[in-house]
Each structure stands twice: as C-alpha cells, then as structure tokens.
Design a protein around this ligand. Structure first.
Ligand code: COA
Length: 177
C-alpha cells in the first residue's frame, strides 16, 4: 500500500470489478496497451484480472490506483528474469475521466521509488507507442530518460509503428515527489 495525498496504490480486490470494467472499457486506453489488455473490457475480464492479481506471490508489484475509495486505474511492475532480474518494466493506465490532473505522474513516481527502495531494483523502464504523447510526458515528468526508438516494433489495431524506450536507473537524481 502506497499512500499519496491525492491517490493510493493498493491491491486489487473483488469489490473493484464494476469500477474496473467501467474505467478499462475504453478504446483510447486499449490503443496504447498490448493486445492482451481486452477490448471491449467486460466484467468477466475484470474478475479474471483481479483473480490473477490475488494469486500472485512475492512482494506486491501490481496496484490499483485508488482515488477517493474507487479504483480508477492500474499500475504495475513486470519483473524481468535471468541477467535482467534487477530490471522491471513499468506499465499503467488511468480511466479517462481522471486524465489531465497529474495522477499518472504521481503514481509512476511513487512506484518507481518503491522499485528502487523496496524491491532493490537497479532499473525501471517503459515502452510506449510513438502515438502516445501523454505517456511520454508522464515519464519525462517522473524523471525518466529517453533511451531510444525501436523502429516498427509494434503493430496495434493494424497500424505498424515505432516504440520509444524510457528508463530510470537507481543512480539518477531522486524521483520527484
Ligand atoms: C497516459 C496516461 C496514463 C496519462 O494519465 P494522466 O493522469 O492524464 O497523466 P498526467 O496528468 O500525469 O500527465 C499527462 C501529461 O501529458 C500531456 N498531454 C496529454 N495529452 C497530450 C497530447 N495529446 N500531446 C501532448 N501532451 C499531452 C498533459 O498536458 C500532461 O502534461 P503537463 O502536466 O506537462 O501538462 C493516460 O492518458 C492513459 O491511461 N492513457 C491510456 C493508457 C496508456 O497510454 N498507458 C501508458 C502506456 S505506455
């Protein structure tokens, strides 16, 4: 559980099914995530996601973004293995009714601090599609550095595009609060 003034990062719970299905069922969100994120996003999808989260072992890595007691988005770290085991990929989405208030930036900043301070990671990175300026801005505001453009690395909704790689390492300047 990570408490910030305007939001809390906390575990997903079965009581979040309706809120999750409502906020996640948005083509604008789906267009910026991997195809494993369903669209349309049904109650059954929401239940499956929460069951998956509840079944995870080890330190918590996936959190609901809770605003005023309602789960309005999700953020998580996907830990890598083998020689990349000190790295995680960060991923996140937020219900559109909450966009533009700095919430994703706060959540990314807090989870990145958690990755370094609690999980002992050395690096957190994010992959974003070239048509996602909002996420690019979120990562820049959270102190991530642009490391490269992977050309034609994605096909989404039939459209081939580039993927941008952003990263923070433990030794970068402290993650802004
Ligand atoms: C990306 C996302 C999480 C941002 O959430 P948010 O809470 O609105 O983000 P913030 O308010 O913290 O910051 C958004 C920034 O992007 C900017 N922005 C938004 N749309 C933009 C656009 N079309 N072009 C340029 N900048 C844009 C905002 O102005 C803001 O920057 P500012 O503070 O300098 O003004 C949200 O839009 C989302 O869920 N998108 C769909 C899923 C997704 O893209 N996930 C990330 C995959 S890598």
């Amino acid at each position: 559980m990570i408490r910030l003034p305007l939001l809390t990062l906390r575990p997903w719970a079965m009581s979040d099914i309706d809120a999750l299905a409502r906020h996640a069922n948005d083509r604008r969100i789906w267009l910026n995530l991997r195809d494993r994120f369903p669209h349309p996003y049904t109650r059954a999808d929401a239940e499956g996601w929460i069951r998956f989260c509840e079944g995870m072992s080890g330190p918590p890595t996936i959190f609901a973004i809770d605003v005023g007691g309602e789960a309005v988005g999700s953020i998580g770290l996907e830990l890598h293995g083998d020689v990349h085991r000190t790295t995680a990929e960060i991923g996140y989405w937020l219900g559109a009714s909450h966009w533009g208030r700095g919430l994703a930036t706060m959540a990314v900043g807090a989870l990145t601090r958690y990755a370094f301070e609690e999980l002992g990671l050395e690096r957190v990175h994010a992959f974003l599609f070239e048509w996602n300026p909002a996420s690019r801005r979120v990562l820049e505001k959270a102190g991530y550095t642009f490391e490269g453009r992977m050309r034609r690395y994605v096909i989404k909704d039939g459209r081939v595009g580039d993927v941008l790689l952003y990263a923070r390492i433990r030794d970068d300047a402290p993650v802004p609060h």
